[in-house]
Design a protein around this ligand. Structure first.
Ligand code: PXG
Length: 446
C-alpha cells in the first residue's frame, strides 16, 4: 500500500467505551471528529478533507506529521529490538541519545533521565530535587514552589505545583508544602504586546515573600514553564526569568524549567534555555523529543547534581530509587534519534526563527477582528484571546474552534484563548490560511 495514502478505516459503531481525556465526552460523541491519517502539515479527516494542523498535534509534532526518517526508524527498531529493560541493563541507542541530547542542551545540564511523558518528566524532576537536597544533608528542604496558571501535567506532583484550578480542585489535598507564585498575565498592562511584555518582572519578587514566610532553607525547588502554554500562552515579562534565577541562587533553591512545550524548537532555538539565556538546574522535556511519534520524556540535570548522587551511595548501591518500565524504550530512543536528525539536518530550529517575524505580523493583523481582546506571540507560538461571552466563559471560543475545524483548520482552545503552535515546517501561505480563517470565522460567532 502507498504510504502517502491513508488507509480506509471503518468508523466505530460504539463510542461509549472510550472515556476520552480532557474532553467533553458528550459533546464529542454527539458530533464526533475523526482523523484517519496525517502527513506534513495536514490531517486527513474521516470524510477525506485535509485539515491544516495549526497546533502541531498537542504541541509535539514540530517536524510535521509522519516525518519519513522517524517513520522508518520506528519500523526498523520494532523489528530489531522491541524492548529491553533499563534497570541494571542497557541498550546502546539510549546512551547515544542521552549524549546527543546533553550536547544539544546548553550549559552543564549534562545528564538525562528518560521517562515517557511530560507528567512523568515533571514528577521525576521534583523527586530528583527533593532527593538531591536529602542526600547532600539538607533534607529539611521539602517545600516546592510553582505558579498560578502553571501546567505541569497530571501526576500528583504536577497538579500540586500546577496552578490550573480545575486540574486541582477534584483531587483532594495534593502534595503538602507547596506555594504558588502569582501568574504573569495582565491585559491592562500587556495587551497586544509583541514578544515578551515590558511589564511584570517585579512579579518574580513574590518569591522573596515566600522565602521570608517559610525561611528559604525549607525550600527545595521552584518550577515554572518558561512561558505558560496550556493556560493560554502567557509570556514571561522581560527580566522575569532572570529575577527568579537570581533569587534561587541567593537562597540555594533549585530552579526547574518545564520545557515540555518549549523544548525542541518552539521558540526558534533548541530550548527556551537558549532563547532566554537563563540557565536552570533541571529541565523537563517530552513531546517534541520524538516529534510526538512515540511517547517519551527526558529530565536534564546539572552535572554536579548527578555527581552528588553518584558520590552519596555505597559502591554497588542504587543511587536514585526511581524509574519506569519504559524508561529509554528502544522504540522511543529510535524515534528521538530520528527526530533530532530531522530537526538538525532540515534546519528546523533556524527555520522557526526565520519564520517568527512573519508569524508575528500575520497574527497581529487580527487586531480589530470581532471579539479579539489580545494577541500574543513568541517564536512560533501565538494566542488570540477573545472576550468571553457574558455568563458563559469558554463557550464562544469553543464555537470558534468547531467552526475553524469545519473550515479546515485544527486549532486548540483553552478558556477564551485560541492557542496556535504549528509544526515548524509551516510556510507563509499556510500561515495566511490560518489567520484568514480566524478572520473569517470570528465575525460569524456570537
Ligand atoms: N508540562 C507542560 C509544560 C505541558 O505543557 C505537561 C507537562 C504534561 O505532559 P504529558 O505528556 O503528560 O501530557 C504538559 C502537557 C494544550 C495541551 O493544548 C498541553 C499539554 C498537553 C495536552 C494539551 O494546552 N501539555
Amino acid at each position: 500500500m502507498d504510504d502517502a495514502l491513508p488507509r480506509v478505516h471503518a468508523m466505530p459503531n460504539d463510542l461509549n467505551a472510550f472515556w476520552m481525556p480532557f474532553t467533553s465526552n458528550r459533546q464529542f460523541k454527539s458530533a464526533p471528529r475523526f482523523v484517519v491519517g496525517a502527513k506534513g502539515m495536514y490531517y486527513t479527516a474521516a470524510d477525506g478533507r485535509q485539515i491544516l494542523d495549526s497546533t502541531a498535534g498537542l504541541w509535539c509534532v514540530n517536524a510535521g506529521h509522519c516525518a519519513p526518517r522517524i517513520v522508518e526508524a520506528i519500523r526498523r527498531q520494532a523489528g530489531e529490538l522491541d524492548y529491553s529493560p533499563a534497570f541494571q541493563m542497557g541498550h546502546p541507542r539510549a546512551f547515544d541519545l542521552a549524549s546527543r541530547l546533553a550536547g544539544l542542551m546548553p550549559g552543564n545540564l549534562d545528564h538525562v533521565f528518560f521517562v515517557n511523558s511530560g507528567s512523568e518528566s515533571v514528577d521525576t524532576a521534583l523527586k530528583i530535587a527533593l532527593a538531591y537536597h536529602h542526600v547532600r544533608g539538607e533534607g529539611q528542604r521539602t517545600r516546592l514552589v510553582g505558579r498560578e496558571k502553571g501546567y505541569h501535567g497530571v501526576g500528583f506532583g504536577g497538579i500540586s505545583v500546577g496552578g490550573i484550578v480545575n486540574n486541582r480542585k477534584f483531587f483532594g489535598t495534593l502534595l503538602t508544602g507547596v506555594d504558588h507564585l502569582p501568574h504573569t498575565h495582565n491585559l491592562e498592562h500587556q495587551a497586544f504586546s509583541r514578544g515578551q511584555p515590558e511589564w511584570g518582572a517585579h512579579l518574580a519578587d513574590d518569591l522573596e515573600r515566600i522565602c521570608a514566610l517559610h525561611d528559604p532553607s525549607t525550600i527545595a525547588a521552584v518550577i515554572v514553564e518558561p512561558f505558560a502554554g496550556s493556560a493560554g500562552v502567557l509570556l514571561p515579562p522581560k527580566g522575569y526569568l532572570e529575577k527568579l534565577r537570581a533569587i534561587c541562587d541567593q537562597h540555594g533553591i533549585l530552579l526547574i524549567f518545564d520545557e515540555v512545550i518549549t523544548g525542541f524548537g518552539r521558540l526558534g532555538a533548541p530550548f527556551a534555555v537558549d532563547y532566554f539565556g537563563v540557565q536552570p538546574d533541571l529541565v523537563t522535556t517530552a513531546k517534541g523529543i520524538t516529534n510526538g511519534a512515540i511517547p517519551m520524556g527526558a529530565v536534564f540535570a546539572r552535572d554536579d547534581i548527578y555527581q552528588t548522587f553518584m558520590d552519596s551511595a555505597a559502591d554497588g548501591a542504587i543511587e536514585l530509587f526511581h524509574g519506569y518500565t519504559y524508561s529509554a524504550h528502544p522504540l522511543a530512543c529510535a524515534a528521538a534519534h530520528a527526530a533530532l536528525d530531522t530537526y538538525l539536518e532540515d534546519g528546523l530550529f533556524e527555520r522557526a526563527a526565520e519564520m517568527a517575524p512573519y508569524w508575528e505580523d500575520a497574527l497581529h493583523s487580527l487586531k480589530g477582528t470581532r471579539h479579539v481582546i489580545d494577541i500574543r506571540n513568541l517564536g512560533m507560538v501565538g494566542a488570540v484571546e477573545l472576550e468571553p461571552r457574558p455568563g458563559a466563559p469558554g463557550k464562544r471560543t469553543f464555537e470558534a474552534f468547531l467552526k475553524l475545524y469545519d473550515a479546515g483548520i485544527m486549532s486548540r482552545v483553552t478558556g477564551d484563548i485560541i492557542a496556535l503552535t504549528p509544526p515548524l515546517i509551516i510556510d507563509r501561505s499556510q500561515i495566511d490560511q490560518i489567520v484568514d480563517s480566524i478572520r473569517d470565522v470570528l465575525p460569524t460567532v456570537d
